[in-house]
Design a protein around this ligand. Structure first.
Ligand SMILES: Cc1cc2nc3c(=O)[nH]c(=O)nc-3n(C[C@H](O)[C@H](O)[C@H](O)COP(=O)(O)OP(=O)(O)OC[C@H]3O[C@@H](n4cnc5c(N)ncnc54)[C@H](O)[C@@H]3O)c2cc1C
Length: 604
């Protein structure tokens, strides 16, 4: 038999670990292909630190090819699965189409921002699910503070320095805690007019912050936030977002230009296209992480509804701790399905959580022992360093520099408001003119299929979603580690007919169970939001005058008009291009360089 082809879709916590474990187990006896839109694994728990300038973005982006020897990386986004023909269709970063044939498939596509049907939110809020959103927020907050400092009108100044975060799960809590420190540091040297202070509000319909976590952690976080001056408003959410601010459910209107949406996530819409049973939008799998009726297909992480064997009838929550562990079990069970070893069911063992509250403060409960203050801070940072699969020295160096030097509050303006829409199936990628975009899926606006994931609080909708986050980062399971060591875009391109018809092998026997326009949250006019009327001067819709710094849009990265772009790339059959690759006719914007790996047998 030729080498089995294993395709892993998604290189987040689950997919990365599946690939790493399989590479170690297979010892080059299998073709392992990892399909991911970016060439890095994103360590999401440290994203709030990127948004406030503690960490540079590349610190939380771990190179896939640099850390996964024996794994072939294909850059692209899957947009269709043909489970009968065992093919994955994908679009590369430049719009080219390809297919990957597999004998075993692991779906680990994670989740995207959850939207709720609240008027104005899709247009005026920004999510917090990927690097582009974190970079946008960092620039936006710095810009609002700088503009507030020169604002003559007191009300406009107050609106600029009011920041509203919705969702008091770990993402929203960390963003608000870090954000307040960030803006306080900015005004220390340059006080705002008329004695105004930056104002951060954290809202949630839940009765306490970190509603999914142990109450002791919740109290620690609540205390730290209030001491820092964050206005914690539980039992309150957003009724409507407008150009001028947000209307709260208690009737108060808050003038603001910033609405950060951390109410949670929903599974990546790709899983809907499988046609397989879903549980609240997640692909149903058995305890061996196999899709019932499709023993050659595995799923794990946020995108999969994995039965919680410790709580019968429930599914494991959407957290990094589960995704990371499920990735290992998926790899072992893929190997088992190829006759290498025995398979194992996935079982959860909670070792505790950590929440970084900025400065030396954190809330943690390793092995159920509640910690707060600097001890928790040290445990939290130690945990993150140990848990990251790479870049540890770089992260530690940034922390050290941040401890002794003032933070750099400069905005580069590289990520525009319109390029990070809340409603997107690809939060890991900034929208660029001409890049095809995946459908956001039916569940988008309704929030169907959601978890409160991504540290989402119960957010804005009023109804708490399930499955819910249990909390924050897991404490490292050293035993497990040791075992492992041993072991405005154009429409989406039309789907292409699949060429290669290599017959599938029988599956294994398994069980089946500028200056922003005034008065807009986000600092940019609603008409410039994706989905609204495009501005005439810029692809993607943002007018040049609204760029920070006033620089014309054509000179902005990502904002260049099509006529100034490099000539379209040659079609696919150029040397080094994957054979059989479908050429794309038009490249209005440059994209990342395509890797030119040798295709595995059966790929097109
Ligand atoms: C800001 C933030 C902080 C968080 N902090 C914590 C924390 O402290 N502790 C904790 O336990 N959890 C935390 N979480 C939640 C945790 O990050 C997720 O539960 C976890 O990332 C899920 O892992 P995953 O592998 O399923 O998905 P992800 O890590 O999201 O990875 C999915 C991967 O699939 C790729 N992908 C998506 N669609 C496609 C496609 N169509 N084709 C190819 N590739 C695709 C994505 O680019 C990505 O690389 C946090 C989340 C956020 C957003």
């Amino acid at each position: 038999m030729s080498r089995p082809r294993i395709v892993i879709v998604g290189a987040g916590f689950a997919g990365y670990r599946t690939a790493r474990t399989l590479a170690r187990m297979s010892r080059n006896k299998a073709d392992i292909t990892l399909l991911n839109p970016t060439d890095y694994f994103l360590y999401l728990p440290l994203l709030p630190q990127v948004a406030v300038g503690i960490l540079e973005p590349r610190r939380v982006a771990v190179s896939l090819s640099g850390t996964l020897p024996g794994v072939r990386l294909v850059l692209g986004e899957a947009h269709g699965l043909d489970m009968d023909a065992r093919r994955v269709r994908y679009t590369d970063p430049e719009g080219g189409e390809g297919t990957l044939a597999y004998d075993r498939l692991v779906l680990a596509v994670g989740s995207v921002n959850k939207l709720l049907p609240i008027p104005g939110v899709a247009e005026h809020a920004h999510g917090f699910r990927g690097l582009p959103e974190a970079l946008y927020l960092r620039d936006h907050v710095a810009r609002q503070m700088e503009l507030a400092a020169t604002e003559d009108d007191r009300d406009r100044c107050a609106a600029r320095c009011t920041f509203v975060v919705v969702g008091a799960g770990y993402t929203g809590t960390e963003v608000a805690a870090h954000g307040k420190m960030y803006t306080d540091a900015q005004v220390r040297g340059h006080p705002l007019p008329q004695g105004l202070r930056p104002r951060w509000l954290l809202l949630d319909v839940a009765s306490r912050v970190l509603p999914e976590m142990d109450e002791r952690l919740s109290r620690t976080a609540d205390r730290a936030l209030r001491q820092r001056g964050v206005e914690v408003r539980m039992g309150t959410s957003v009724k409507e977002a407008t150009h001028d601010g947000v209307l709260l459910t208690d009737g108060e209107f808050l003038p603001t230009r910033t609405l950060v949406w951390c109410v949670g996530v929903r599974p990546d819409p790709l899983v809907e296209s499988t046609g397989q049973p879903l549980e609240r939008g997640r692909l149903v799998v058995d305890p061996y992480l196999q899709v019932p009726g499709r023993p050659e297909v595995f799923a794990c992480g946020d995108a999969a509804a994995v039965p919680d064997l410790d709580q019968p009838g429930k599914y494991t929550p959407m957290t990094a701790q589960h995704a990371w562990r499920q990735g290992r079990v998926a790899a072992v069970n893929v190997a088992a399905s190829l006759g290498v070893c025995a398979r194992h069911p996935y079982r959860h063992r909670n070792l505790g959580f950590v929440v970084d509250l900025g400065g030396a403060r954190a809330a943690a409960d390793p092995f159920g022992v509640p910690l707060s203050g600097p001890v928790a801070g040290a445990v939290t940072r130690g945990y993150h360093l140990a848990a990251m699969p790479g870049n540890r020295v770089r992260v530690a160096a940034d922390w050290l520099l941040n401890a002794v030097l003032p933070r750099q509050a400069v905005q580069l303006g590289l990520v525009r408001s319109w390029s990070v829409p809340l409603d997107t199936a690809s939060p890991e990628l900034a929208r660029t003119p001409g890049r095809p975009e995946r459908e956001t899926g039916a569940g988008g606006r309704s929030g169907a299929g959601e978890g409160s994931g991504a540290g989402g609080g119960s957010g804005a909708g009023g109804e708490r979603s399930e499955p819910v986050h249990e909390g924050i980062t897991e404490i490292i399971d050293n035993t497990e580690k040791a075992q492992l060591a041993g072991a405005e875009p154009p429409p989406h391109p039309a789907d292409r007919e699949l060429a290669d018809s290599r017959p599938p092998e029988p599956g294994p026997a398994t069980s089946r169970p500028g200056e922003p326009a005034p008065d807009h949250p986000g600092g940019e006019p609603a008409r410039n939001q994706p989905g609204a009327e495009p501005a005439r001067n810029q692809p993607g819709g943002e007018p040049a005058r609204n760029q920070p710094g006033g620089e014309p849009a054509r000179n902005q990265p990502g904002g260049e008009p099509a006529r100034n772009q490099p000539a379209p790339e040659r079609p696919a059959q150029s040397p080094g291009t994957e054979p059989g690759r479908v050429p794309h006719e038009h490249h209005p914007a440059p994209g990342p360089v395509r890797r030119e790996d040798i295709p595995a047998e059966g790929d097109t």
